[in-house]
Design a protein around this ligand. Structure first.
Ligand code: SF4
Length: 335
């Protein structure tokens, strides 16, 4: 099979991880579906039957149900790095084919230099750009900065790697640095880092060759106002749905039970709701006043505008019922 010379897929790695399998399910997030047939063709050329999963997929935390009886002997997850603590929990043998961005981070990092505060910089990134972290550190050092990279956690595969739900590589070093450099695209990760570390965060976005700092500060202020309003809107309400995420790496059943107990202890009626893929179609029509999501933190933080009723994080619920002060607000993480 002729493969595209410009492809961002590491076909050598794909060959190694697929070798010996007979039937593979390929799973990927929305942004990478354009690679799906290319990958399927390559696996077919190795004599492997391939099924492309069209289920929504949000991260390495997210695994397919419903593969029983299909004879699949391996799942290849395309895009993200492995979530190490789940290794023993995957339903069948699972491998990860990371996709590295084709955008060079150098320009964006150089643009970020004047925005950095202090001399000690914590460097964090996400899977598509982690392979460039050494290069970014070199640029910082050439400009007289000392770079610090935090250690990986049980949910991350690399030092310096952060997830939307696990900012350990940043928060663990926040006390010893002056500001953060986030190398990556999107706002959710740097926003979470800013909320959880209280340190200035500068974004170097290689996909746009741009650097930003004020935008994150402004966004943080906006988000905090919005979260405060959602908590206020839930005050005096009595019927709460506690959401449990069914996806392997989003499941916090114990926390959900704690939240239910807390709600009932405050005289509320609490209902446990489980979902593999939450949708406003269902939540908006339940006879409930508001929700507490113990699933992926993005549901409450990122998707809240899609829901007619407030969706709070567990920490926000603690604030609502008076178990925590607003001043002690924390960004929800799955650690
Ligand atoms: S739980 Fe949410 S933020 Fe964490 S890896 Fe999964 S999709 Fe991303």
């Amino acid at each position: 099979m002729e493969k595209s010379k410009s492809s961002i897929v590491d076909f050598e790695k794909l060959r190694n991880i697929a070798d010996g399998s007979k039937k593979i399910l390929v799973k990927m997030p929305d942004g990478l579906y354009s690679l799906s047939t290319e990958i399927s063709d390559f696996l077919s050329s190795m004599g492997i039957e391939t099924i492309i999963s069209a289920n929504p997929c949000y991260g390495a935390c997210d695994f397919c149900d419903g593969i029983d009886g299909m004879g699949i002997d391996k799942i290849i997850y395309v895009g993200e790095a492995e979530m190490p603590y789940l290794r023993k929990k995957y339903p069948v043998e699972t491998s990860f084919l990371e996709i590295h961005s084709k955008f060079d981070a150098s320009k964006a990092v150089k643009k970020a230099i004047p925005l950095l505060e202090g001399g000690k910089i914590g460097v964090v990134s996400i899977t598509p750009y982690l392979h460039q972290i050494k290069k970014c550190i070199k640029i910082l050092e050439e400009h007289g900065f000392a770079a610090v990279v935090g250690k990986k956690s049980r949910r991350t595969a690399y030092d310096g790697q952060i997830l939307g739900c696990d900012l350990t590589a940043g928060t663990s070093i926040a006390g010893s640095i002056d500001s953060f450099l986030y190398v990556g695209d999107g706002f959710f990760h740097p926003l979470g880092l800013s909320l959880s570390s209280k340190k200035p965060v500068v974004i170097a976005d290689p996909s746009q060759d741009r650097a930003m700092k004020d935008e994150i500060r402004e966004m943080k202020e906006k988000v905090m106002k919005k979260r405060y309003a959602l908590i206020s809107n839930s005050m005096g309400k009595n019927r709460v749905g506690i959401i449990i995420g069914e996806k392997l790496g989003q499941k916090r059943v114990e926390l959900a039970h704690e939240m239910k107990k807390l709600a009932e202890g405050k005289g509320m009626s609490a209902y446990l709701i489980s979902s593999n893929n939450l949708s406003p179609d269902r939540l908006d029509y339940m006879n409930l006043d508001f929700y507490v999501s113990t699933s992926c933190p993005r549901i409450a933080m990122d998707d809240s505008a899609s829901y007619k009723k407030p969706v709070l994080t567990p920490i926000e619920f603690e604030i609502l019922v008076g178990e925590r002060e607003w001043e002690n607000y924390e960004f929800d993480q799955i650690l």
